[in-house]
Design a protein around this ligand. Structure first.
Ligand code: GCB
Length: 820
């Protein structure tokens, strides 16, 4: 038959497109990079910046990207085989038992399938994505999405194709197969399946391609920051009889990536070009001299070589990153081993298969600092008229970025202790302590624990993965005597030693009890912030900060506004500080003050929506998983100053509070309330155990008028007190430029700062429900450049280089007297 020319062309174009489509997975495999689409602002998003693939995460969580291909083949094959089996049975029924709607079925299938993909798939995709945004249910790029697409596309088409195929097999053959007594199923197996093999193969290929394209869509459109390929890291690396560590601090090769070329050009495949070096751990921002580099928005790359000790042969080798702010991907040699979102919690990946003991290993880390409406903390990046990428955010401290904490390479035996969680109880009446423990271990071997006192004497022991240890005449942990036991955990040949403080924390009425006794918290909201190093962890700064806390008589601090380095909590355990441990959820208030937009709504689609909520939940989960064994941590703070006057805040926070309680039922849960959500306006405080309030009467409110400020502060605190819950004032204070003096006290002078703090404390002492005062802030710190921030935020009681302002002496007198 004569084929018209247009038909030949259509066939060539069709086949070429099909070929390209089939090659798409190869493209992904070759580049091994999952690029996000750009953000498009607005409530209705034609293309979201990513599709959250959290339901896939469990499938992928343990599989490094290098094995993406194998993984997708396994998932796609399983899905296609399943759909072919279902389709074959349905097609047999359609073909052999004619039914009335057969033609309607054919027409429906053909009309949905034969539409050019772009016309049909794209609108469907946009609809799915928007429905997901609104409903919070992940319809695309999830298992649900996969099933829906199967139902709408693959299955009907496969049934239709196979039914047409089976129609060509004479029915007499079925009857012949039934002569010896077998039923329709027998005929199906003996005749239909063997005769339909070519059709089955064709449908299998079709189903496989469809399912793979599903996976591909989900992956290619996934912002890398939403997936955590590495297993979250919990146990801090340590040396023991069975473990060895290398801390990769020092100078790394370093390169800015303003054009976002690192991924496409695969910078991990060779030494980073450009000859720059960067200190680790440190923020890079204040170590450079170029303004655009200090304010860079996007990726930077770090790289170094490390010798993997020959003695580690046969061990399990792990690469761990203490904190990469705000998102990162890690390569061991050529293989991507980890990807992580969240700037203040550790992550790690086993790299045993990707290293050679006795040989050097090239470690490359891509660190991204961009904040979006789907990250925690949130932000918005845009381009200025000059073409520069700019980052806006809704919190006060400078958006420092880089490798902020140590990167480690460490080795454990193949069977190892993977995680430990302890809970403690103390009975002040009998003096008996309880330590309950749960061990997660991998590989063969027996698990056992021994609890030793400070002298090393075993006071209790147990076997197995979980249990309770009783310690008669226990020495409880407290700020006055931060007594620590040591839990020696063994699994197989592996050993891990965990410091344990036996203590209880409880909220009873309007009191906070530690070991059954009321405590008053005195201290600060702090920041990890110093000149040059920015947010990089620094033991020297830590030692000085704790020395000053001791000097001034503080017993407590809040890790405002993110989880601090693990070293800080270890130090707090040893030195008896009471810590409110905060998730990095700051700036969830899009209409606040100078940083926000007047009248902007915070929670909901187009603003802080389901993706941000998922990121928040993940950050909270990682915080609790990392810090739940620290006796110093007495409460979880879920967020700082969210807009809790907005009704939608309740639905946003309720699941987070439940998650925190589920993850750790032993500590109170709180958040720091903002001035725009006083009693009456706030819609969430009843969900929490403590009332924490940040109040700036005399500074942002009633500026310069301390007598009115005193009345208003007292009136508001008394209104909170009527709820009968304990109140912690998590922030109060005033900026003071070091060296600016004035009589009478006026704003910005050291005297005014002292007068405001003295007035506030006077009010607190009149209200019995107040269980603590945290001055904002411990030390001056760096902020984004802004007209109201002369060289940063100066609410520090200490200067940025940790010397006292006038108010420090006042607090010292006050708090040291309290302590006596
Ligand atoms: C706040 C914030 C804190 C700011 C502070 C200020 O309420 O929680 O991050 O630094 O006010 O000084 O404005």
């Amino acid at each position: 038959m004569h084929e018209p020319a247009w038909f030949r062309w259509a066939r060539v174009i069709g086949l070429t497109l099909l070929g390209l489509f089939a090659l798409a997975p190869v493209y992904v495999m070759l580049t091994s990079s999952l690029k996000p689409l750009p953000d498009v602002e607005g409530a209705f998003r034609w293309f979201p910046s990513h599709i959250t693939v959290s339901p896939f995460v469990d499938m992928w969580s343990t599989i490094p990207l290098g094995r993406y291909l194998v993984n997708s083949i396994i998932v796609s094959t399983t899905a296609s085989v399943a759909s072919v089996v279902i389709a074959l049975l349905a097609a047999y029924a359609v073909s052999r038992y004619r039914f009335r709607g057969r033609q309607v079925f054919s027409i429906t299938v053909l009309s949905t399938q034969m539409f050019p993909g772009i016309l049909f798939l794209l609108p469907l995709f946009v609809i799915f994505v928007n429905l997901s945004q609104v409903s919070g249910i992940n319809l695309y790029g999830s298992r649900t999405g996969l099933i829906i697409t199967y139902m709408t596309f693959t299955l009907p088409f496969a049934i239709w194709m196979l039914a047409a195929y089976l129609d060509t097999i004479p029915r007499d053959l079925d009857d012949a197969a039934k002569v010896d007594g077998s039923g329709p199923m027998g005929a199906f197996i003996r005749v239909v399946i063997p005769a339909a093999v070519p059709g089955i193969v064709a449908v299998l290929i079709y189903a496989f391609m469809t399912s793979w394209s599903e996976m591909l869509f989900a992956s290619v459109l996934t912002n890398d920051s939403t997936r955590t390929l590495a297993v979250g890291a919990v146990l801090t690396p340590q040396e023991s009889r069975s473990r060895d560590c290398r801390r990769l601090d020092g100078l790394w090769r370093f390169r800015f990536d303003p054009g976002g070329e690192g991924i496409t050009e695969r910078w991990w495949r060779g030494p980073l070009r450009g000859g720059r070096e960067m200190a680790v751990p440190a923020s890079y921002n204040d170590l450079v001299t170029d303004a655009a580099e200090r304010e860079h928005v996007g990726d930077v790359w770090y790289q170094r070589d490390v010798w993997v000790p020959a003695a580690w042969a046969g061990q399990r080798i792990v690469l761990r990153c203490g904190a990469a702010t705000h998102n990162a991907a890690v390569w061991a040699g050529e293989v991507q081993v980890a990807q992580h979102a969240g700037g203040y919690t550790p992550f790690e990946a086993e790299v045993t298969e990707h290293v050679c003991c006795g040989e050097p290993l090239r470690v490359t880390v891509r660190v991204g600092n961009e904040l979006t409406m789907e990250t925690i903390p949130p932000g918005v990046a845009s381009r200025s008229a000059s073409g520069r990428k700019k980052q806006r955010y809704f919190h006060d401290f400078f958006n420092y970025a880089g490798l902020h904490r140590s990167v480690w390479l460490y080795a454990t035996p193949r069977s190892y202790v993977a995680d430990i969680s302890v809970g403690t109880a103390f009975d002040p009446g009998t003096g008996t302590g309880q330590v309950s423990y749960r061990i997660e271990a991998a590989g063969a071997g027996a698990t056992s624990v021994r609890l030793r006192d400070a002298k090393g004497t075993v006071v209790a022991q147990g076997t197995g993965a979980g249990g309770d240890l009783t310690v008669p005449a226990a020495l409880p942990w407290s700020p006055d005597d931060p007594h620590l036991y040591r839990l020696d955990v063994a699994h197989g040949d592996d050993q891990y030693q965990l410091p344990v403080g036996i203590r209880t924390v409880a909220v009873e009425g309007a009191r906070l009890l530690l070991n059954g006794k009321p405590v008053m918290l005195r201290g600060f909201g702090m920041h990890e912030d110093t000149a040059l190093r920015g947010k990089g962890h620094d033991d020297a700064r830590m030692v000085r900060d704790f020395a000053l806390l001791d000097w001034i008589g503080a017993n407590s601090f809040r890790t405002s506004h993110y989880p601090y380095a693990e070293e800080v909590l270890d130090y707090a355990d040893r030195h008896g500080l009471l810590v409110i441990d905060e998730a990095p959820a700051v700036g969830l208030h899009l209409s606040l003050g100078d940083m926000g937009d007047h009248g902007a709504r915070t929670f909901g689609p187009g603003a802080i929506g389901t993706a941000a909520a998922a990121a928040h939940l993940a950050a909270l989960g990682e915080l609790i998983a990392r810090d739940r064994n620290h006796p110093s941590v007495i409460a979880w703070s879920i967020a700082n100053e969210p807009d809790t006057a907005e009704p939608a805040a309740r639905d946003y926070f309720a699941p987070l509070v439940s998650a925190a309680r589920e993850l750790d039922a032993t500590r109170p849960v709180c958040f720091a309330n903002v001035a725009t959500a006083p009693p009456g306006a706030d819609v969430v405080t009843d969900l929490f155990d403590l009332i924490c309030v940040n109040r700036y009467y005399g500074w942002y409110a009633e500026s310069g008028d301390l007598s009115t400020a005193e009345r208003e502060l007292e009136a508001e605190l008394r209104a909170w007190a009527r709820r009968g819950q304990p109140i912690l004032v998590t922030e109060f204070g005033a900026d003071a430029l070091p060296g600016l003096h004035s009589v009478p006290p006026v704003m910005w002078s050291e005297e005014y700062q002292a007068a405001l703090i003295e007035m506030s404390v006077r009010v607190f002492r009149r209200i019995p429900e107040i269980i603590g005062e945290h001055v904002w802030s411990f030390a001056d710190f760096s902020t984004a450049q802004a007209v109201h921030r002369p060289g940063g935020n100066h609410k520090g009681v200490f200067t940025r280089d940790r010397q006292p302002k006038a108010v420090a002496w006042l607090l010292r007198d006050l708090w040291r007297n309290d302590n006596q």
